[in-house]
Design a protein around this ligand. Structure first.
Ligand code: ATP
Length: 356
């Protein structure tokens, strides 16, 4: 294994326990994304990997060798930060070349590597410019170039796209994916944006309150979330949740019932147990389905987004969002019937919130 994090903990000097028992193994060439809400400990973990923050306990290995005590340079990591931290008085060329210049690398070699890096990043025409004459996206590419040129084994990125506008973010996102494909560099990428995580990652680590919630491929996280948090975090609009107690083998959905015997016989006998029932907005069908729960509701609001429409519904006291083809947009304030296919139903323990 290329990188190993074993039971890593971070306790800040003020006593705050920011990261709890973090375990992860990363293979060479993998693109791993740490995702989670603000304050969940993703930057702290990345900074411990970078050697910018000491590891309170646990073991960090690179190529099987303990690296806890190694400084950032010895770890062969390059980091791209949220703020680009470019030198304003230096040209793009000099900014990219800076690390190599410091190391006293031969000028010919620098020239060749800067040109190659600039080519990968589409910066060839900008090498003589100063950072202030670049767009946000171009500046971020220079920052990436500065990290790339060092040809280190591990590439770390902390919210590298957060200073860009929405359009630039989408463009840079695909560029980062392309750069990764070309360089094959092992990458650990921090973001709070689930779309970035889903589109870039080979594997995603979902964190909350300093704890890893789930590690998996984008597919696994979307289709097999281990708990309510992950289920609600991945997907837009998020998964709908209906909390209820099993009564006569059924759980309530507004004033209606979902018969567990039909969909999850193993849960039907759990009389009195609190369950969280979940279904994704895009799983709802407006045409009758076999092996599906039928729900009658009232349309409160619709949002036409182009190819699809978000439909906000109310059934009894229960609210939910359905995502339907925009050609099927229903009328507001009218009754609506939809079906939730058995295959798209999720059940979580009401107490522990883990999947059942
Ligand atoms: P964000 O997306 O907001 O950057 P994050 O998931 O990267 O969030 P971290 O920056 O890792 O979160 O912070 C994790 C927790 O540790 C936060 O609650 C933060 O307040 C706390 N923290 C960070 N640095 C320190 C510090 N030097 N001393 C004490 N607590 C800290």
């Amino acid at each position: 294994m290329y990188i190993t994090l074993k039971n890593i903990n971070k306790i800040y000097p003020n006593g705050f326990h920011a990261v709890h028992n973090f375990n992860l193994e990363i293979e060479k060439g993998e693109f791993v994304v740490f995702v989670g809400p603000s304050g969940c400990g993703k930057s702290t973990t990345l900074r411990m990997i970078a050697g910018l923050e000491n590891i309170s306990s646990g073991e960090f290995l690179i190529n099987g060798v303990r690296a806890n005590e190694k400084g950032p340079r010895e770890r062969e990591v390059a980091m791209v930060f949220q703020s680009y931290a470019l030198y304003p008085q230096m040209t793009v060329f000099d900014n990219i070349a800076f690390g190599l210049t410091l190391q006293g690398v031969d000028e010919d070699v620098i020239e060749e590597r800067v040109r190659k890096t600039a080519q990968i990043l589409g910066l060839t025409d900008y090498l003589d410019r100063l950072p202030r004459a670049l767009s946000g996206g171009q500046r971020q590419r220079v920052a990436i170039g500065r990290a790339l040129i060092r040809k280190v084994g591990i590439f770390l990125m902390d919210e590298p796209l957060s200073n860009l506008d929405a359009k630039q973010r989408v463009t840079m996102r695909s560029e980062i994916a392309q750069i990764h494909q070309e360089t094959g560099a092992t990458t650990i990428y921090v973001t709070h944006d689930q779309t970035e995580a889903m589109t870039l990652a080979d594997r995603i680590v979902v964190m909350k309150d300093g704890y890893v919630q789930q590690v998996g491929t984008p597919y696994e996280l979307y289709f097999k979330p281990v708990n309510v948090f992950v289920a609600g975090f991945i997907g837009e609009p998020p998964m709908n949740f209906v909390r209820g107690t099993v009564e006569n083998g059924c759980i309530p959905f507004g004033e209606q019932k979902i018969r567990l015997a039909e969909f999850r016989p193993d849960l039907a006998a759990a009389e009195g147990k609190e369950i969280v029932f979940g279904f994704r907005p895009e799983a709802a069908s407006l045409t009758e389905q076999e092996n599906a729960a039928r729900i009658d509701c009232q349309v409160e609001l619709t949002e036409m987004l182009g190819d699809n429409t978000n439909v906000y519904i109310l059934s009894g006291e229960q609210r939910a969002i359905l995502k339907v083809d925009s050609h099927d947009t229903p009328e507001t304030d009218e009754p609506l019937t939809f079906w939730i296919p058995k295959d798209s139903m999720y059940f979580f323990d009401g107490e522990t919130e883990t999947v059942l």
